[in-house]
Design a protein around this ligand. Structure first.
Ligand SMILES: Cc1cc2nc3c(=O)[nH]c(=O)nc-3n(C[C@H](O)[C@H](O)[C@H](O)COP(=O)(O)OP(=O)(O)OC[C@H]3O[C@@H](n4cnc5c(N)ncnc54)[C@H](O)[C@@H]3O)c2cc1C
Length: 427
């Protein structure tokens, strides 16, 4: 070794690790919500996020009553109400502005009696990055909650008692250990991949999604309600507020054929906006594009959600196309269920039931995705654009039911969401 001062940063040996009861990989809304639920019960939880801050890309906008129930249980609901916009309008199905802007049907959850849902509105709208920031702020009030950015998961090993995790940081590798590690690191989950768990299913090869956020006064001028589904074989889309009306920001998400090359995708925006934005060409010049991101859409699920003491939740465990807003809804419900179980294992004296309860988490939550979120999200997407005669017939039937029996049809749609109960985990 040289005798002069080298300023060498000594490598941390893998045995010298920092221990926490639960380590969550990924500071998306799923990971943060789970962290909040656990930290409120005094569990020592550390969230490790690969990026330097919370991801800002335009993704989820809508949080449904089933999720709001869970927010209420951890004291988060009022923060979300204060930060977002309550959708009392329901959802309107319509044709593109450039093709007549005809209202086809309207789903209104305000006609659903209390008792089916606790809330008589369709949901709360706000950007996913804003929701994540609100959850993080509330979690940071708990003394046992910790979060570190620029920590990227690289791998893990486990034995019967704990998991050892290697994270890559700006200062090299850092080692941690935990009683349980939860992979909430999104659809490209490194935690899932490191366990060799297949992500079963497929990726849509007809359209890619482009999500844009815009400021366009025309939506208010032409009386667009909070959530709109645009039905058309090519120019199908979702148009929805991303927050409070005074912010004036709308999500316009549409499909672009997969034969359009990557570097030409965003060039499709002007032509799509000409079809989707109401108003004259002159009025459309007022549209301010705030951001835009293309996405591949998947219908995939992890073959297993639990391997020993490593568990998957949120998009790390499943991924579906965004029409109908079921992706994060399902992820937040995973977090709620897993939170209940980890509290039982770590606080309520059920440590000896670890395998049994975690297996139950995996079975119930995988089933919820496979039997509800996955087929429902596929139906939601096809309803917007498919010309398949069976889909056309079922779309017509659905719109007819909404138009002739709005109350019954809306109750049916609202009750389908109640696919999760805490009691499922009391065994
Ligand atoms: C256009 C669009 C609109 C959508 N709209 C809705 C909607 O309205 N409602 C709805 O319910 N869902 C919607 N979704 C789906 C929703 O965005 C996802 O389901 C949601 O992001 C999942 O949250 P998550 O926390 O599980 O994962 P993510 O939000 O993907 O978060 C994962 C986190 O893990 C981090 N990470 C990744 N790898 C590592 C690593 N190796 N080490 C450490 N950290 C890592 C990432 O940086 C990220 O912060 C939409 C999706 C899209 C694309």
């Amino acid at each position: 070794m040289p005798s002069f001062n080298t300023h060498l940063h000594p490598a941390v040996p893998p045995t010298d690790h920092e221990h926490h009861q639960v380590i969550i990989v990924g500071a998306g809304p799923t990971g943060l919500f789970l962290g909040l639920k656990l930290a409120r019960e005094g569990i020592d939880v550390l969230v490790l996020e690969g990026e330097r801050g919370i991801m800002q890309s335009p993704r989820a906008t809508t949080y449904m009553p089933v999720v709001l129930n869970e927010f209420e249980k951890v004291g988060l609901l009022q923060d979300v109400i204060d930060g977002g916009h309550i959708n009392s309008d329901g959802v309107v199905f319509r044709t593109p502005a450039g093709k007549g802007d005809k209202v086809l049907a309207r789903m209104s959850l305000s006609v659903v009696p209390k008792g089916v849902n606790k809330f008589d509105y369709a949901g709360i709208h706000m950007g996913q990055h804003q929701l994540a920031a609100i959850i993080q702020k509330r979690a940071e009030l708990c003394p046992t909650f910790g979060i570190r950015f620029s920590h990227r998961f690289a791998g893990a090993t486990q034995d019967a008692d704990k998991v050892r995790v290697c994270m890559v940081t700006n200062r090299g590798e850092k080692w941690f250990s935990a009683d349980y590690v939860v992979g909430c690191d999104g659809a490209g989950s490194s935690v899932r991949r490191s366990l060799g768990i297949p992500f079963e299913g497929s990726t849509w090869d007809d359209f890619r999604f482009v999500a844009t956020n815009v400021k366009y006064p025309g939506f208010d001028k032409y009386n667009f309600p909070t959530a709109n589904m645009i039905v058309d074989p090519e120019d199908w889309a979702v148009v929805a507020r991303t927050g409070k009306p005074e912010e004036g920001i709308w999500r316009v998400a549409f499909g672009v054929r997969t034969d359009v090359p990557d570097d030409k995708i965003l060039e499709q925006i002007p032509a799509k906006f000409a079809e989707l934005l109401p108003g004259t060409a002159e009025e459309r010049k007022e549209c301010e594009l705030l951001n835009a991101s293309p996405y591949w859409a998947h219908q995939r699920v992890a073959a297993e959600y639990v391997v020993g003491r490593i568990i998957l939740a949120g998009d790390a465990a499943h991924s579906n196309n965004p029409i109908g807003g079921l992706g994060l809804t399902t992820g937040l419900m995973d977090a709620a269920a897993l939170g209940t179980i980890l509290i039982r294992l770590l606080v309520k004296g059920d440590a000896d039931k670890s395998d049994q309860l975690l297996r139950r988490y995996g079975d119930v939550r995988r089933k919820a995705f496979v039997e509800y979120s996955n087929p429902q999200s596929m139906e939601n997407k096809l309803r917007l654009h498919s010309e398949d005669p069976t889909v056309v017939e079922s779309r017509d039937e659905f719109f007819r039911a909404l138009n002739t029996k709005p109350k019954e049809t809306s109750i049916m749609m609202a009750s389908q969401m109640n696919e999760f109960l805490d009691e499922d985990f009391s065994a």
